[in-house]
Design a protein around this ligand. Structure first.
Ligand code: HPA
Length: 271
Protein backbone atom coordinates (compact mmCIF):
# COMPACT_ATOMS: atom_id res chain seq x y z
CA UNK A 1 0.00 0.00 0.00
CA UNK A 2 1.20 3.53 -0.77
CA UNK A 3 2.24 5.67 2.18
CA UNK A 4 -0.69 7.84 3.26
CA UNK A 5 1.62 10.85 3.42
CA UNK A 6 2.05 10.77 -0.37
CA UNK A 7 -1.71 10.47 -0.93
CA UNK A 8 -2.34 13.56 1.25
CA UNK A 9 0.59 15.41 -0.28
CA UNK A 10 -0.62 15.00 -3.87
CA UNK A 11 -4.09 16.34 -3.06
CA UNK A 12 -2.86 19.28 -0.99
CA UNK A 13 -0.01 20.23 -3.33
CA UNK A 14 -2.57 20.73 -6.13
CA UNK A 15 -4.77 22.95 -3.95
CA UNK A 16 -1.81 25.11 -2.87
CA UNK A 17 -0.95 26.35 -6.37
CA UNK A 18 1.97 28.79 -6.07
CA UNK A 19 1.97 28.76 -2.25
CA UNK A 20 4.99 27.06 -0.67
CA UNK A 21 4.90 27.35 3.15
CA UNK A 22 8.05 26.36 5.05
CA UNK A 23 6.47 26.85 8.50
CA UNK A 24 3.69 24.68 9.94
CA UNK A 25 1.67 25.43 13.06
CA UNK A 26 -0.50 22.99 15.02
CA UNK A 27 -3.06 24.61 17.29
CA UNK A 28 -4.15 22.99 20.55
CA UNK A 29 -7.50 22.90 22.37
CA UNK A 30 -9.08 26.34 22.58
CA UNK A 31 -6.03 27.96 20.93
CA UNK A 32 -7.59 28.50 17.50
CA UNK A 33 -7.42 32.31 17.85
CA UNK A 34 -4.10 32.44 16.02
CA UNK A 35 -5.82 31.11 12.92
CA UNK A 36 -7.92 34.28 12.66
CA UNK A 37 -4.76 36.31 12.19
CA UNK A 38 -3.73 34.47 9.04
CA UNK A 39 -3.95 36.74 6.00
CA UNK A 40 -5.10 35.72 2.53
CA UNK A 41 -6.31 32.38 3.96
CA UNK A 42 -6.93 29.31 1.86
CA UNK A 43 -9.03 26.91 3.96
CA UNK A 44 -8.90 23.18 3.30
CA UNK A 45 -11.34 21.13 5.39
CA UNK A 46 -9.94 17.78 6.53
CA UNK A 47 -13.14 16.22 5.17
CA UNK A 48 -12.20 17.35 1.65
CA UNK A 49 -8.89 15.44 1.73
CA UNK A 50 -9.41 11.80 0.85
CA UNK A 51 -8.36 9.50 3.70
CA UNK A 52 -7.53 12.35 6.12
CA UNK A 53 -8.57 11.76 9.76
CA UNK A 54 -11.37 13.92 11.11
CA UNK A 55 -11.07 16.03 14.26
CA UNK A 56 -13.88 14.98 16.62
CA UNK A 57 -13.17 17.12 19.71
CA UNK A 58 -15.00 20.31 20.81
CA UNK A 59 -12.58 23.24 20.40
CA UNK A 60 -10.87 21.62 17.39
CA UNK A 61 -12.17 22.88 14.03
CA UNK A 62 -10.72 20.38 11.56
CA UNK A 63 -9.13 22.31 8.73
CA UNK A 64 -5.81 23.37 7.24
CA UNK A 65 -5.34 27.08 6.70
CA UNK A 66 -2.61 28.29 4.38
CA UNK A 67 -1.77 31.99 4.32
CA UNK A 68 0.52 34.71 5.64
CA UNK A 69 1.45 35.38 9.26
CA UNK A 70 4.02 38.07 10.11
CA UNK A 71 4.83 38.23 6.40
CA UNK A 72 5.70 34.51 6.12
CA UNK A 73 3.76 31.79 4.37
CA UNK A 74 2.40 29.30 6.94
CA UNK A 75 0.41 26.09 6.94
CA UNK A 76 -1.76 25.85 10.02
CA UNK A 77 -3.65 22.82 11.37
CA UNK A 78 -6.67 24.14 13.20
CA UNK A 79 -7.76 21.03 15.02
CA UNK A 80 -5.45 18.13 15.73
CA UNK A 81 -5.89 14.38 15.86
CA UNK A 82 -5.55 12.59 19.22
CA UNK A 83 -4.92 8.99 20.21
CA UNK A 84 -7.91 9.10 22.55
CA UNK A 85 -10.22 9.65 19.56
CA UNK A 86 -9.25 6.15 18.49
CA UNK A 87 -6.60 7.12 15.94
CA UNK A 88 -3.29 5.31 15.64
CA UNK A 89 -0.10 7.23 16.41
CA UNK A 90 1.04 6.36 12.86
CA UNK A 91 -1.95 8.32 11.46
CA UNK A 92 -0.60 11.40 13.20
CA UNK A 93 2.86 10.59 11.81
CA UNK A 94 1.38 10.50 8.27
CA UNK A 95 0.35 14.15 8.59
CA UNK A 96 3.83 15.25 9.68
CA UNK A 97 5.41 13.22 6.87
CA UNK A 98 3.07 15.03 4.48
CA UNK A 99 4.42 18.32 5.92
CA UNK A 100 7.92 17.12 5.11
CA UNK A 101 6.92 16.34 1.51
CA UNK A 102 5.43 19.85 1.20
CA UNK A 103 8.80 21.35 2.19
CA UNK A 104 8.00 22.31 5.80
CA UNK A 105 11.24 23.09 7.69
CA UNK A 106 9.89 24.42 11.01
CA UNK A 107 6.99 23.18 13.13
CA UNK A 108 5.37 25.22 15.89
CA UNK A 109 3.19 23.06 18.14
CA UNK A 110 0.83 24.38 20.79
CA UNK A 111 -1.28 22.53 23.30
CA UNK A 112 -3.36 22.91 26.43
CA UNK A 113 -1.77 21.23 29.45
CA UNK A 114 -2.19 20.81 33.19
CA UNK A 115 0.43 22.33 35.49
CA UNK A 116 2.29 20.09 37.92
CA UNK A 117 3.73 22.99 39.96
CA UNK A 118 1.89 25.45 42.09
CA UNK A 119 4.36 28.14 40.90
CA UNK A 120 3.19 27.64 37.29
CA UNK A 121 -0.28 29.17 37.40
CA UNK A 122 -3.09 28.41 34.96
CA UNK A 123 -3.23 31.04 32.24
CA UNK A 124 0.56 31.16 31.84
CA UNK A 125 2.70 29.56 29.12
CA UNK A 126 5.36 26.85 29.27
CA UNK A 127 8.05 26.41 26.64
CA UNK A 128 8.63 22.69 26.11
CA UNK A 129 12.29 21.72 26.54
CA UNK A 130 11.87 17.94 26.51
CA UNK A 131 9.18 15.33 26.89
CA UNK A 132 8.12 12.09 28.54
CA UNK A 133 6.07 9.81 26.32
CA UNK A 134 3.75 7.91 28.65
CA UNK A 135 1.07 7.48 26.00
CA UNK A 136 2.01 3.84 25.44
CA UNK A 137 2.59 4.43 21.71
CA UNK A 138 5.35 5.66 19.44
CA UNK A 139 4.30 7.21 16.12
CA UNK A 140 7.20 5.54 14.29
CA UNK A 141 6.08 1.97 15.00
CA UNK A 142 5.64 0.11 11.70
CA UNK A 143 7.69 -0.36 8.55
CA UNK A 144 10.28 2.40 8.07
CA UNK A 145 10.51 4.46 4.88
CA UNK A 146 14.12 5.70 4.75
CA UNK A 147 13.04 8.63 2.55
CA UNK A 148 11.63 10.26 5.69
CA UNK A 149 14.19 9.26 8.30
CA UNK A 150 16.22 6.45 9.90
CA UNK A 151 14.80 3.35 11.60
CA UNK A 152 16.28 4.33 14.96
CA UNK A 153 16.21 8.14 15.11
CA UNK A 154 18.00 9.97 17.91
CA UNK A 155 15.82 12.18 20.10
CA UNK A 156 18.48 14.23 21.92
CA UNK A 157 17.24 17.61 20.67
CA UNK A 158 13.62 17.46 19.54
CA UNK A 159 12.85 20.98 20.80
CA UNK A 160 15.36 23.03 18.82
CA UNK A 161 17.67 24.95 21.23
CA UNK A 162 18.00 28.15 19.12
CA UNK A 163 14.20 28.28 18.79
CA UNK A 164 13.84 27.99 22.57
CA UNK A 165 16.43 30.69 23.13
CA UNK A 166 14.62 32.98 20.69
CA UNK A 167 11.23 32.47 22.37
CA UNK A 168 12.70 33.15 25.82
CA UNK A 169 14.30 36.32 24.49
CA UNK A 170 10.98 37.49 22.99
CA UNK A 171 9.01 36.68 26.15
CA UNK A 172 11.49 38.60 28.31
CA UNK A 173 11.47 41.57 25.95
CA UNK A 174 7.67 41.79 26.00
CA UNK A 175 7.26 40.94 29.72
CA UNK A 176 5.31 37.73 29.09
CA UNK A 177 5.62 34.98 31.71
CA UNK A 178 7.17 31.93 30.04
CA UNK A 179 8.05 28.89 32.13
CA UNK A 180 10.19 26.15 30.66
CA UNK A 181 9.77 22.47 31.37
CA UNK A 182 9.17 18.85 30.46
CA UNK A 183 5.84 17.98 28.83
CA UNK A 184 4.41 14.58 29.66
CA UNK A 185 1.87 12.91 27.38
CA UNK A 186 -0.70 10.44 28.68
CA UNK A 187 -3.22 8.95 26.28
CA UNK A 188 -6.31 10.42 27.98
CA UNK A 189 -9.20 10.95 27.56
CA UNK A 190 -9.58 10.54 31.33
CA UNK A 191 -7.67 13.12 33.34
CA UNK A 192 -5.10 11.72 35.78
CA UNK A 193 -5.81 10.32 39.22
CA UNK A 194 -3.96 11.93 42.15
CA UNK A 195 -1.57 8.94 42.23
CA UNK A 196 -0.81 9.32 38.53
CA UNK A 197 -0.09 13.01 39.04
CA UNK A 198 2.39 12.13 41.82
CA UNK A 199 4.01 9.58 39.49
CA UNK A 200 4.45 12.21 36.76
CA UNK A 201 6.04 14.61 39.25
CA UNK A 202 8.44 11.94 40.47
CA UNK A 203 9.37 11.11 36.86
CA UNK A 204 10.36 14.71 36.21
CA UNK A 205 7.35 16.08 34.31
CA UNK A 206 6.32 19.73 34.63
CA UNK A 207 3.04 19.67 32.68
CA UNK A 208 0.66 16.93 31.54
CA UNK A 209 -1.28 16.70 28.30
CA UNK A 210 -2.82 14.31 25.80
CA UNK A 211 -1.15 15.32 22.52
CA UNK A 212 1.93 16.79 20.82
CA UNK A 213 4.47 14.00 21.30
CA UNK A 214 3.38 12.00 18.23
CA UNK A 215 3.79 15.16 16.13
CA UNK A 216 7.11 16.33 17.59
CA UNK A 217 8.68 12.85 17.59
CA UNK A 218 7.82 12.45 13.90
CA UNK A 219 9.05 15.95 13.08
CA UNK A 220 12.42 15.25 14.72
CA UNK A 221 12.63 11.96 12.79
CA UNK A 222 11.98 13.83 9.52
CA UNK A 223 14.53 16.56 10.30
CA UNK A 224 11.94 19.29 10.90
CA UNK A 225 12.89 21.85 13.58
CA UNK A 226 10.40 22.11 16.45
CA UNK A 227 9.12 24.78 18.82
CA UNK A 228 6.61 23.53 21.42
CA UNK A 229 4.52 25.72 23.72
CA UNK A 230 1.97 24.62 26.32
CA UNK A 231 -0.81 26.90 27.51
CA UNK A 232 -1.26 25.88 31.13
CA UNK A 233 -5.02 25.69 31.46
CA UNK A 234 -5.41 24.17 34.93
CA UNK A 235 -3.62 22.59 37.85
CA UNK A 236 -3.39 18.82 37.49
CA UNK A 237 -5.64 16.69 39.69
CA UNK A 238 -4.95 17.29 43.38
CA UNK A 239 -2.51 20.18 42.89
CA UNK A 240 -3.84 23.31 44.59
CA UNK A 241 -7.22 21.53 44.67
CA UNK A 242 -7.11 20.94 40.91
CA UNK A 243 -9.95 18.88 39.42
CA UNK A 244 -9.63 19.50 35.66
CA UNK A 245 -12.45 19.53 33.13
CA UNK A 246 -12.60 20.19 29.39
CA UNK A 247 -14.64 23.35 30.07
CA UNK A 248 -11.86 24.72 32.31
CA UNK A 249 -9.31 23.78 29.64
CA UNK A 250 -11.18 25.68 26.93
CA UNK A 251 -11.97 28.77 29.00
CA UNK A 252 -8.42 29.19 30.35
CA UNK A 253 -6.90 28.45 26.94
CA UNK A 254 -8.95 31.34 25.64
CA UNK A 255 -7.31 33.62 28.24
CA UNK A 256 -3.78 32.37 27.49
CA UNK A 257 -4.41 32.61 23.77
CA UNK A 258 -3.59 36.34 23.41
CA UNK A 259 -0.03 35.95 24.78
CA UNK A 260 0.49 32.76 22.83
CA UNK A 261 -0.68 34.33 19.57
CA UNK A 262 1.51 37.37 20.16
CA UNK A 263 4.65 35.32 20.90
CA UNK A 264 4.15 32.95 17.98
CA UNK A 265 3.68 35.89 15.58
CA UNK A 266 6.84 37.57 16.87
CA UNK A 267 8.75 34.31 16.59
CA UNK A 268 7.63 33.73 13.00
CA UNK A 269 8.56 37.31 12.12
CA UNK A 270 12.15 36.56 13.17
CA UNK A 271 12.44 33.08 11.65
N1 HPA B 1 -4.00 16.56 32.25
C1 HPA B 1 -3.86 16.05 31.00
N2 HPA B 1 -4.16 16.73 29.91
C2 HPA B 1 -4.59 17.99 30.03
C3 HPA B 1 -4.74 18.60 31.29
C4 HPA B 1 -4.44 17.84 32.45
O1 HPA B 1 -4.57 18.29 33.61
N3 HPA B 1 -5.21 19.86 31.08
C5 HPA B 1 -5.30 20.02 29.72
N4 HPA B 1 -4.93 18.89 29.09
Amino acid sequence: MREKAFVFYEQIRKLLGQRAPKIAIILGSGLGGLAQEIEEPLNIDYSSIEGFPKSTVAGHKGRLIVGKLSGKEVLCMQGRIHLYEGYQASQIADIIKMFKLLGIESLIVTNAAGSLHKEMAPGSLMLIKDHLNLSGFNPLIGPNDERFGPRFPGMSEIYTPPYRAKLKELAAKHHITLHEGVYCMLSGPAFETPAEVRMCQILGADANGMSTIPETTTAAYCGIKVLGISALTNYCTGIEGGNPSHEETLSTADKASANLTFLVKQFIGEL
